[in-house]
Write a protein that binds this ligand. Structure first.
Ligand code: CP3
Length: 348
């Protein structure tokens, strides 16, 4: 298989590739002047996500600049609820805004029959990215597709946008467990369909972003984070045995090992707060680890960034590992610091 030569795919199949493959969460974004230039051409963020040529261009930008081992499809986790019929706008300085979902009727109205049409631009963007990667001879760069994990997507849908504690969502999970589970089940099914489409047109790896997993107590973590993730992994593995799944249960803390064992993801993303040495102890050596440099260390750059990076590399050497941040890169990051980070990691 020619794809086997790509360092990311080798690492995700359990090989201790060294120096480790690297890419950064949110690697396409506002910290890049070339992103801001494209963003300025359109009225709103969703236009980027629904214009295949623009989404493909934005996906390629960080690869051209830094030569990362993975391109991640330019899109957003909230494209899925939008594709199921929920309104979605991104407000400058606020973030995503959706109509809060609070009733069984609204869950029943989530319309998976319109999914295929709504995600056609995403499908086309994947095709264009694969063509561009080949045309520009980025032979070592693998393409990652993604979705939000059902719990995190449900958080934004129920709350109607971002929140510090997602209190309305978590209250619903206690007061109306049947309603909340119904929402999670719908999203689980839709996520499988959505990721299958991405794989069918060319993504080589998929990642599930569960940004808010860590706000749940353990029993609900099992029901709303582990169970849906396990179902998504099982369904995809059955259809696409060679496509690895990376899970990112942010702030899972001591439940990280249980998450890995229970969901059977091929790789687990460590968040910024996780000590790599602790993750090594609780996650089996057959599961690849990914992470986890503090995005703020890249803002700082210099000796601090080098020391933090060396610390992670030292612990991870000799086990299957993918270098990344512990959360998304932030807009104030100097691009030269990212270039320096790439040099440090590639020097092993
Ligand atoms: O480069 C990449 O990583 C690919 C694209 C990508 C985006 N969002 C683009 C984006 C990915 C993988 C995401 C994931 C995402 N989106 C998550 C999970 C990962 C995480 O960071 O926790 C979440 C929770 C979202 C929801 C979301 N999208 C929020 C809360 C916001 C507003 C806050 C912010 O960071 O701007 C977005 C907007 C968004 N998604 C931008 C980008 C590049 C910024 C839009 C702009 O240009 O203003």
């Amino acid at each position: 298989m020619p794809g086997e030569a790509k360092p990311l795919l080798r690492a995700l199949r359990g090989e201790a590739v060294w120096p480790p493959p690297l890419w950064l969460m949110r690697q396409a974004g506002r910290y890049l002047p070339e992103y801001r230039a494209v963003r300025a051409q359109v009225a709103d963020f969703m236009t980027l996500c629904t214009s295949p040529a623009l989404a493909a261009e934005l996906t390629l930008q960080p690869i051209r600049r830094f030569g990362f081992d993975a391109a991640i499809l330019f899109s957003d986790i909230l494209v899925l609820p939008w594709a199921l019929g929920r309104e979605l706008t991104f407000r400058e300085g606020v973030g995503p805004v959706l109509p809060p979902l609070r009733t069984g009727a609204e869950v029943m109205a989530l319309d998976s029959t319109r999914l295929a049409d709504a995600i056609a631009p995403v499908e086309q963007a994947v095709r264009e990215v694969r063509l561009s990667l080949a045309r520009e001879a980025f032979d070592r760069t693998a393409l990652i597709g993604f979705a939000g994990a059902p719990f995190t997507v449900a958080c934004y849908m129920v709350e109607g946008g971002g929140s510090r504690d997602f209190a309305a969502t978590r209250t619903m999970a206690y007061r109306e467990p049947a309603l909340f589970s119904g929402l999670i089940d719908r999203l689980t099914e839709a996520t499988i369909a959505y990721l299958a489409v991405q794989i069918d047109v060319g993504v080589e790896v998929v990642m599930l972003f569960d940004t808010w997993a860590g706000i749940l107590p353990p029993a609900q973590f099992r029901s709303y984070v582990e169970r849906p993730t396990r179902e998504i992994v099982a369904a995809l593995r059955n259809r696409y045995p060679d496509v690895p799944v990376i899970g990112f249960p942010r702030l899972a803390g001591v439940l990280l090992g249980e998450y890995a064992a229970d969901t059977k993801v091929q790789a687990v993303g460590m968040d910024t707060a996780t000590a790599p040495a602790e993750a090594m102890k609780c996650v089996p050596a057959t599961v690849t680890l990914q992470g986890n440099l503090d995005p703020l260390a890249v803002v700082a750059g210099g000796a601090a960034m080098r020391a933090e990076t060396d610390g992670i590399l030292h612990v991870m050497r000799g086990r299957p590992f993918v270098f990344n941040l512990g959360h998304g890169i932030v807009p104030q990051t100097p691009p030269e610091h990212v270039a320096e980070l790439v040099r440090i990691v590639r020097a092993g």
